[in-house]
Design a protein around this ligand. Sequence first.
Ligand code: AMP
Length: 465
Amino acid sequence: MPNQKFSTLSLPKTQLLNLEELGYTSMTPIQEKALPIILKGRDLLGQAQTGSGKTAAFGIGLLEQIDVRQFTTQSLIICPTRELADQVSKELRRLGRYIPNLKISTVCGGTPIKRQIHAMGQHAPHIAVGTPGRLLDHLERRTLDLADVKVLVLDEADRMLDMGFLDEVEEIIQYTPQRRQTLLFSATYPQDIQAISRKIQYKPEMVVVEATVTEAPKIEQSVVILEDGRDKSDATLNLLYQYAPESTVVFCNTIASTIELAEFLQDHNIDSLALHGDLDQRERDQVLLRFSNHSCRVLVATDVAARGLDIEDLSMVVNYDIPFDAEVYVHRIGRTGRAGKTGIAVSLSLAGKGHRLEDIKAYTEQEMIEIPFSKLVETSPISLIAPMLTIEINEGKKSKISAGDILGALTSRGGIQGADVGKITIFPMQSYVAVKRECAEKAVDQIWNTTLKGLRCRARIVKGE
Ligand code: AMP
């Protein structure tokens, strides 16, 4: 059934015309489900991905509530990153073209705050779109007033929580009126999202749309036939030299192989870590976060340990050992080739022992290109050093440390640039921040020489296994 037209909704003629001009002929599934609820003024919990048209879903809704004659901020959209905030502002400007004198401000770090205050000072924006740290900064300076907010939107809420912004977001919400419409969008729906929804929403209606079906992931599958089991480590090394992937998971069938192979690769200048069931929780957390924050390029894992590993955009998967089960094979290689990119999956198979691979080929009905081992060993060594290093800080959530505190401490007093700081992960008792390798020593000094929430903290570069 084709999706419905926007004209089935009660929207002003000028907006319907605008949507037509934008080429939005019919509603996307999230718009079709969410807009009637949003236009009724109800709270909404929307599970939708970027690309689903969710910005227009909340944008069209919130624009209906804006009274441009009032020079107050009537809608606030909180986003996890500056890029998303910019994108949202842009889309809102397009959607709001039919409203004369509408003012939309983006409130993010990266621009000097003085200039932002000046721009906002003329008169308050009707709509503010921003990231948590900078929004809070303005609220504390009283350069942003949220007392008239009618519609509050949390966009990509799961990412915001992942980035450790929960406390900041809750603090910002304290500045908005209790009586308001709250729209929460999230690509996933884990428990912490349910918890924040219960806290900040009033009887929300939930809508879920399936991820838009894009083309099937493209995965280039190949196999290296080896004469001797001892060649497996060399073959893995040479594959890494040949493809120089950003991030790779090598799957082994035993714990011992993961440890041996990770050490072998480290000895050859490749930042690699082993992930297996003998690690305790803290070690496991550290390995996972070092891999996901780009402090490690190769993860050598068993299937069980890799369960729950959710890393998008893996460049390559290597089957050091062929799995016993074809389904496990499909699961392993499905971790590469996401987000429209072509993934690489290479399996190492011993000559004369190809039957497991034959089963897999029969199961997947897909081709595997054979790479001769002799060709592989011709590749010349390169070093695969990860671009980031992880810093551990000995305080965390229990001390009320937030991502913003850490970012602030690192960049204060001419320290390091925001662009040199990567993922920040806060655990109850400690925190981790990824920084560009060349800034790591300086980052450690910055933490030692300042305070976080008034506390003197210790910091160190996480090295080794
Ligand atoms: P979003 O998921 O909000 O990032 O939107 C994805 C893209 O879809 C944006 O470039 C929008 O401009 C576009 N878009 C949103 N709604 C529609 C629609 N109803 N028809 C066509 N394009 C749309």
